[in-house]
Write a protein that binds this ligand. Structure first.
Ligand code: MG
Length: 331
């Protein structure tokens, strides 16, 4: 078997590669390790929960409507910490740069990383830079790792029958913004990536009420993340199509591109499973934050399996886990 682009696309196909990549016998420092395939690891240390995660970024183009590779590199890692319940503390940054890369662009990327770090309340504390010869890679690759501290660890496998499923805002913005931009759609100008650090919003919600499960719907989008949560929790999720927040512009660009907005990456959203008694306080907490103004209840958890969508015309269909994100190199 040879590695293909689909092996990096965050869907079912990537699972095959992960079976090869997760065969380490030393993968658990006593908390939540690699085998959990959660958004990050948790290492219990002197009475605190250290959350640890890493993410590499290969987005094309490097600058896109609403963001750039630097903002994604910080937010990707900060958000994986956040959805484990971790307050982001410190990040590392490894950059691999292609010979001939513009130093002005590099400065723009660094300024953007700095801004996102400030927003997230985290610091970049260590880094590394390598340069490869022209043609050896496409411009720049950025890896970040991050540590956070969680008072309460939240997993992606804790959905319970009766829970409401909340999403923090409109779905599909990032993937469709990237794709519309690549295709040179005029419409693309109206569609901006949602890339943002979500810790502040998640912190508001954690303070307001109980959250049984959380995940950020990145590669493979809402469809991939909600299937992952349902499967790991051993429950069924029923979603109401008419309650899914999708921008009109995103919906029409999706139609033109033939891409399901539920299957493309979001970079500033969170999916939560919340017990019925806490839904109102958590919705209010999310909506008080600038990144959560369009937070909405989109479904409920029942006993059973699969993710089922009740369509706006009164039918039902499965939301299947996608084979991979239909947009390659999206983050
Ligand atoms: Mg994640």
């Amino acid at each position: 078997m040879k590695v293909t682009l689909m092996h990096g696309a965050g869907g079912e196909v990537m699972g095959e590669l992960l079976q090869v990549l997760t065969k380490f016998s030393h993968n658990n420092a006593g908390g939540i390790g690699l085998e959990a395939l959660d958004d990050g690891a948790v290492i219990p240390f002197h009475g605190t929960n250290l959350v640890f995660t890493t993410d590499s970024h290969v987005v094309r183009p490097i600058f896109f409507p609403g963001g750039d590779i630097g903002r994604i590199a910080v937010c990707g890692t900060v958000n994986d910490l956040a959805v484990m319940g971790g307050r982001p503390i410190a990040l590392s940054c490894g950059m691999i740069i292609e010979e001939g890369f513009d130093v002005g662009d590099l400065a723009r990327i660094v300024a953007s990383m700095d801004e996102a770090l400030g927003e997230a309340g985290a610091n970049l504390v260590t880094g590394d830079t390598k340069v490869m010869e022209k043609g050896a890679l496409d411009g720049i690759v950025i890896n970040t790792a991050g540590i956070g501290v969680a008072e309460t660890v939240v997993r992606d496998n804790g959905l319970m029958p009766g829970d409401a499923i909340i999403v923090s805002g409109t779905l599909g913005d990032h993937g469709i913004a990237i794709m519309a931009h690549r295709e040179g759609f005029d419409l693309g100008e109206q569609i901006r990536s949602d890339v943002a650090p979500i810790w502040g919003m998640v912190e508001n919600a954690l303070k307001a009420g109980r959250i049984h499960a959380m995940k950020d719907p990145t590669r493979g989008g809402f469809a991939s993340a909600i299937n992952d949560m349902a499967k790991k929790s051993g429950v069924c999720v029923r979603v109401k199509e008419e309650q899914l927040p999708i921008k009109k512009s995103v919906r029409s660009a999706s139609g033109m591109l033939g891409i399901d907005p539920l299957e493309v990456a979001n970079e500033g959203k969170v999916i939560m499973g919340v017990p019925p008694g806490d839904v109102d306080v958590i919705l209010t907490a999310l909506r008080c934050h600038k990144y959560g103004r369009e937070a909405a209840v989109v479904g409920t958890v029942t006993q059973g399996a699969h993710v089922i969508m009740e369509t706006s015309i009164g039918g039902e269909r499965f939301i299947e886990p996608p084979m991979g994100d239909p947009v390659p190199r999206v983050c």
